[in-house]
Design a protein around this ligand. Sequence first.
Ligand SMILES: Cc1cc2nc3c(=O)[nH]c(=O)nc-3n(C[C@H](O)[C@H](O)[C@H](O)COP(=O)(O)OP(=O)(O)OC[C@H]3O[C@@H](n4cnc5c(N)ncnc54)[C@H](O)[C@@H]3O)c2cc1C
Length: 342
Amino acid sequence: MAEIETQALIIGAGPAGLFAVFELGMVGVSAHVIDILPRAGGQCMELYPDKPIFDIPAQPRITGRELTERLLEQCAPFEPVFHFNEAAQTLERESDGFIVSTASGKRFSAKVVVVAAGGGAIVPKRPPLKRLEEFEEKSVFYAVREKEPFRDKRIVVAGGGDSALDWAIELAPIAERLTLLHRREEFRAAPASVAKMRRMVEAGEMEFRLGQISGLVGENGKLEAVQARHAGETFEIPADTLLLFFGLAGRLGPIEKWGFEMKGGQIVVETSAFETSIPGVFAIGDVCTYPGKLKLILSGFHEAALMAHKAVTYVYPDRHYTFTHSTSSEIIAEKLHLGEKG
Ligand SMILES: Cc1cc2nc3c(=O)[nH]c(=O)nc-3n(C[C@H](O)[C@H](O)[C@H](O)COP(=O)(O)OP(=O)(O)OC[C@H]3O[C@@H](n4cnc5c(N)ncnc54)[C@H](O)[C@@H]3O)c2cc1C
């Protein structure tokens, strides 16, 4: 397969990867972006598209979906080329850059590589249930992208973390009946969510059952009941929809073996440009670690900006580069077709 040439290859189309397209564009570096998923947005789109985020500067309240849309709009003038359903697999050094190949066999030749892979592939943990596959994406789901399909359903939400409680609270008002199933009385979710859930249970707005999910009842992917066990007894909860929130099995997979210095499953970077131990390969967003690292979207934005100012020196080694504000950037003026600078 022919190599696809790009100045920068960004691995991951989450918020950090999308903002990296913009920051690289501002310094005149074009980018291709690959993502395992079929769409952009990373965790914001996969895990909480309709939840409001409150700590994006100058955006007092913005949902995961809206943030993704704005980031796509912001980077669009730089014409990034997206390759979805592509998982980065190998990294090879070339004389003046790198070759990254994907699981499907695509090969990218890039001057710089920006790893913005978050916690790795966003794969939900699946309980070891018989015939689970038969029901998946028909009546058993691991994420809620839209609430409406769940209206008037008999829903069981299994899990004790933030996602389980958030969605139980959100969906209970539109469900015919909603049961939260968790194996113990203690929850990992935020105390405020737990308190709200308990109030709703007391008010009869949802049901809570103690138990561990043990089986699915139904035929041809159509769920009729969820089986669970508690204190040696098995019981059934009538349901046509099961939402499983047992966390994510986030793994970087092959990227971990690219030879970076790693710590706790994250890539170690220095903090002047968020470059890894391989010169010319950067790591930004949740995937990187350094003293004081916070897994926040705004940290990824900051990291993207500093990364771009070093990445440009690899792409144009002979060019004298000077820092420019976006307000006076000729590149921005040209890309946004502004009549005159500033
Ligand atoms: C429920 C919840 C609420 C949150 N609330 C907030 C909040 O209020 N404020 C805040 O700042 N943060 C919040 N966060 C955290 C925030 O979502 C993350 O910090 C942010 O998404 C990290 O962005 P990222 O681009 O680094 O990684 P991600 O969003 O994880 O995106 C990484 C992308 O890389 C892709 N990828 C991974 N491996 C590969 C590979 N090998 N090849 C190709 N693609 C790959 C993935 O498919 C994914 O799309 C929240 C997180 C959750 C789960």
